[in-house]
Design a protein around this ligand. Structure first.
Ligand SMILES: [Zn+2]
Length: 90
């Protein structure tokens, strides 16, 4: 069973949230809507799981972020064409 990363409660539910993400160049941030998130009823924490954070970080690194609009859905972001096949800098 899934447990809250912060308080280890099992009262967690999957949710979609809008998050603000700083681009790798650090010059601006974008808004990512519908981001898979976890919400905890016990400690009220809403957060993204490690896999999601990594998926976003990787994707932002691999796509041409200068073409991104200020707001994008998580799905649109993940469907952006990649310039590199993988993150060679990891
Ligand atoms: Zn919690």
């Amino acid at each position: 069973m899934k447990r809250c990363l912060w308080c280890e409660s099992s009262k967690v539910t999957d949710t979609k949230q809008t998050v603000y993400w700083e681009l790798p160049d650090g010059l601006r941030a974008i808004e990512i809507t519908n981001t898979p998130s976890v919400s905890c009823a016990e400690c009220q924490m809403v957060y993204q799981e490690e896999e999601v954070v990594e998926a976003i970080e990787d994707q932002l690194f691999l796509i041409d972020t200068s073409r991104l609009a200020r707001t994008i859905t998580y799905e649109e972001l993940m469907n952006e064409p990649r310039r590199l096949k993988r993150n060679y800098f990891k």
